[in-house]
Design a protein around this ligand. Structure first.
Ligand code: PLP
Length: 435
């Protein structure tokens, strides 16, 4: 019996079945953009451990920083004692996050905690309780973040009552616009928000903030029209709402810039971070304009906040990204990858009477996605086909991720060389051509 099979069997006995595994991958080790299973088989990693390993698995700078720190101090209780390490990371975050204004930072242990912090901070600062969020968004699994999310009703089933005061509106999804068409859906969303939501449903003077992902991640890399976020920011300023942007998945060079907010030219009032911030060490952060985070001692805290090993990893990661301008490779390969996927779509869809088609391809930096549909006219999601593609890629040595109802995400480490990036794209092409 293969070692992988044994692990799958043991896992089934004791691990929560709520984990969202879609391929039988039993990971053993990783290096750069390669991962190995417990049976010694190697794979190209186009998942980056769910967009975490932007600078590659076991990046030597990070490994050294973690080892050195582990010998010195493992826990600092930073909410009760002082430590220069959290300041070192906070100063770096102030420097690289969108907006050249002064900021304040609260450290968390995950993306969902960063978003809980943002939700609490917005309510605290504005002394108002309502938040507007988007359908299709994903912000995490704890109560506030779960309520803010709108990507899958299953995430909320039987968990209610949820957090009151959160209203969801459609996100401008150019391939499936709820309002208007591919080009106008951004403006039409804002008109709906102004006229219908604020006019008829939600009293404007009770709203603390609007929260959004700049590009929806778990929903399948949904990229809004280019000017939407700038207009949303203007809308927030006009109505005196805070703008919270969740950069948990899109941050740290992934989008081809430091942050996706930079791609769209916005400067959010609050930014939430996690995933790649510390290259796999559990860490997140909520970063706000300085004047917003002025809550009193005890209003928010956490035992592990700013853990020293996570701080050492974050410092090494941010310095590595800066020194090597890692976002540039993401931008260059992202453009190349998107062109490749556009050609693949055209070639694949040329043959008629297929059981499924590539409905849409999209990308920004190394956030690339293919959405599969049963028919290009009805756009009915081809969920089974996308699951099959994921599994066939895996069998051929390529690890990818599922998203939305029928989307495959390609999220390799940003440091991958073109040659290996192309190898992955050719495995995907091969899989599609054989289906
Ligand atoms: N926000 C976004 C945009 C995410 O993609 C995720 C996780 O996928 C989260 C928040 C939640 O992060 P975590 O799983 O670290 O709690």
């Amino acid at each position: 019996m293969a070692k992988s099979d044994k692990v799958l069997k043991r896992d089934k006995q004791i691990i929560s079945p709520s984990y969202t595994r879609s391929i039988p991958f039993v990971i053993d080790r990783g290096m750069g953009w390669h991962v190995w299973d417990v049976d010694g088989k190697s794979y190209l990693d186009f998942s980056s451990g769910i967009a975490v390993m932007n600078i590659g698995h076991c990046n030597p700078d990070v490994v050294k920083a973690v080892k050195d720190q582990a010998e010195k101090l493992i826990h600092s209780a930073s909410t009760d004692f002082y430590s220069d390490m959290i300041i070192d990371v906070a100063e770096r975050l102030q420097d690289v996050t969108p907006g050249s204004f002064k900021k304040k930072v609260f450290f968390t242990n995950s993306g969902t905690e960063s978003n809980e912090c943002a939700l609490k901070l917005a309510r605290w600062k504005k002394k108002k309780h309502r938040i507007i969020s988007f359908i299709g968004s994903f912000h995490g699994r704890t109560f506030g973040s779960m309520t803010l999310s709108g990507s899958n009703a299953l995430h909320k089933e039987h968990f209610g009552p949820l957090v009151p005061g959160i209203t969801h509106i459609p996100f401008p999804y150019p391939y499936r616009p709820v309002f208007g068409n591919e080009k106008t859906c951004g403006d039409d969303t804002l008109a709906y928000l102004e006229e219908d939501i604020l006019g008829k449903v939600v009293p404007e003077n009770e709203v603390a903030a609007i929260m959004t992902e700049p590009i929806q991640g778990e929903n399948g890399y949904i990229i809004p029209p280019a000017d939407f976020l700038k207009k949303l920011q203007k809308f927030c300023r006009k109505h005196k709402f805070l703008l919270i942007v969740d950069e948990v998945q899109t941050g740290f060079g992934r989008s081809g810039k430091w942050f996706a907010s930079d791609v769209f030219g916005i400067e959010p009032d609050i930014v939430t971070l996690a995933k790649s911030i510390a290259s796999g060490m559990p860490m997140g952060a909520c970063v706000s304009r300085k004047e917003i985070m002025d809550w009193p001692k005890g209003a928010h805290a956490s035992t592990f906040s700013g853990n020293p090993i996570a701080c050492a990893a974050a410092k090494a990661s941010i310095d590595y990204i800066k020194r090597n301008k890692v976002w540039k490779n993401a931008e260059r390969l992202g453009k190349h990858g998107l062109d490749f996927l556009k050609d693949l779509k055209e070639d694949f869809n040329r043959k008629h009477n297929r059981k499924f088609y590539i409905g849409d391809v999209r990308g920004q930096g190394l956030l690339l996605a293919l959405e599969f549909v049963k028919s290009r006219e009805t756009k009915e999601p081809a969920t089974k086909a996308s699951e099959k593609i994921l599994n066939s890629c895996f069998k051929k040595g390529l690890v990818t991720l599922h998203a939305g109802e029928s989307t495959v995400r390609l999220v390799p480490p940003l440091v991958i060389p073109k040659e290996d990036f192309d190898k992955g794209l050719h495995i995907l092409t091969d899989v599609l051509n054989k289906m």
